[in-house]
Design a protein around this ligand. Structure first.
Ligand code: 3HC
Length: 315
């Protein structure tokens, strides 16, 4: 009996084969990838804002250079990911309109303020650490362009995480005031970092299908738990305390039990009511508007080049 297109597609997924842009795919597979990849791209661009805020105030030239390189990397990650999304037939302008109109989601974590230099350390250590935990499995995502973009992104994220941890270590080995600044940053960034992995599996409408399609290789809760288990010993090494009185090592499983996440806060931030949502969107819209002349100049130049080439062909 002839298999349907959907059955043939699922068999390809089950054989762990890659899906490429020209392959047949169910509309729902395409739709979920456009949703996730475009939101991922938006997160990279918006993620430049909290850190960019500290480039002019970095405490040394070395720290300034490291932070500039990181912020520049995030821009590149965003461009890879918009390009990966475009292979699914969505226009870049459409994605930008969705972001600028507040319709598109991006990672909740970037709606929190960066109050001190230690926040830059906490972001590199915790936020990029969580991003790596979530992005390494995406290198094996069934959709080829997304998986390949992730390979390059993950290499650069490792540098981001290392520079963040080093900033935290420097502060924790510094004066009591510097160590207190690192503790304050951990207090403010710990729980929002756990929220980055998304709602509990039982509340996640997308996880089951995304795992059936090998877009997600692990569930939100599995990756969150791995992140906690990896990060607690790092905080102990720094000598600062994770702000969770319920945190406790389960000797049998080797996992850390952690306290309840404030999901009301999470959904408030996702819905646009976080501390910095409005500022972040306004900054993105302003940058996009101020960059219009660059896009127009590049398009005009490309058109001129194309006309010149066509003339040469017909001469
Ligand atoms: N922030 C905002 N929205 C979130 C979220 C978060 N942290 N976590 C989940 N959501 C949204 C989902 O988008 C979904 O809404 P939608 O259906 O309207 O898109 C809803 O909450 C339910 O969540 P699900 O778990 O069912 O959704 P997913 O299956 O898409 O899982 C995810 C969420 C784990 C974030 C997944 O989309 C994913 O792995 N995305 C790719 C990685 C990514 O985007 N990371 C963001 C950070 S990028 C970054 O950190 C840059 C680094 O350089 C610092």
């Amino acid at each position: 009996m002839e298999l349907s297109l959907e059955q043939k597609f699922q068999e390809k997924i089950d054989r762990d084969e890659r899906i490429e842009p020209r392959d047949w795919m169910p509309d729902s597979y395409r739709k979920t990838l456009v949703r996730q990849i475009s939101q991922h791209a938006h997160s990279e661009l918006v993620g430049m804002l909290p850190e960019g805020n500290w480039i002019s105030r970095a405490p040394s030239l070395r720290r300034k250079l490291g932070l500039m390189a990181k912020v520049q990397d995030e821009a590149g990650h965003g461009l890879y990911l918009y390009s990966a999304a475009e292979t699914l037939g969505v226009e870049r302008d459409t994605m930008f309109d969705q972001l600028h109109s507040g319709k598109a989601k991006y990672s909740s974590i970037f709606n929190y303020p960066t109050l001190t230099w230690a926040d830059i350390g906490a972001i590199g250590w915790l936020v990029d650490g969580a991003a790596i935990m979530n992005q390494v499995p995406l290198c094996r995502c069934s959709y080829g362009p997304y998986a390949r973009a992730m390979v390059r992104v993950c290499k650069e994220e490792s540098f981001h995480q290392r520079q963040g941890f080093e900033i935290m270590l420097t502060l924790c080995q510094g004066t009591p005031e510097q160590k207190a600044m690192a503790q304050d940053a951990l207090n403010r960034w710990w729980w929002p970092s756990l929220m980055m992995f998304g709602p509990n599996d039982a509340e996640s409408p997308n996880t089951k299908q995304s795992m059936a399609w090998n877009i997600k290789r692990f569930s939100n809760d599995e990756l969150r738990q791995r992140f906690v288990d990896m990060t607690v010993p790092q905080a102990e090494l720094l000598g600062i305390k994770i702000p969770d009185p319920d945190l406790k090592l389960n000797e049998e499983t080797g996992n850390y039990h952690f306290g309840a996440i404030n999901w009301d806060e999470f959904w408030q931030v996702v819905k646009g009511h976080g501390p910095c949502n409005k500022d972040r969107l306004a900054a993105r819209v302003k940058a996009h508007e101020e960059g219009a002349w660059v896009r127009e100049a590049a398009m005009a130049y490309a058109e001129k080049q194309e006309n010149r080439l066509n003339k040469a062909k017909t001469a």
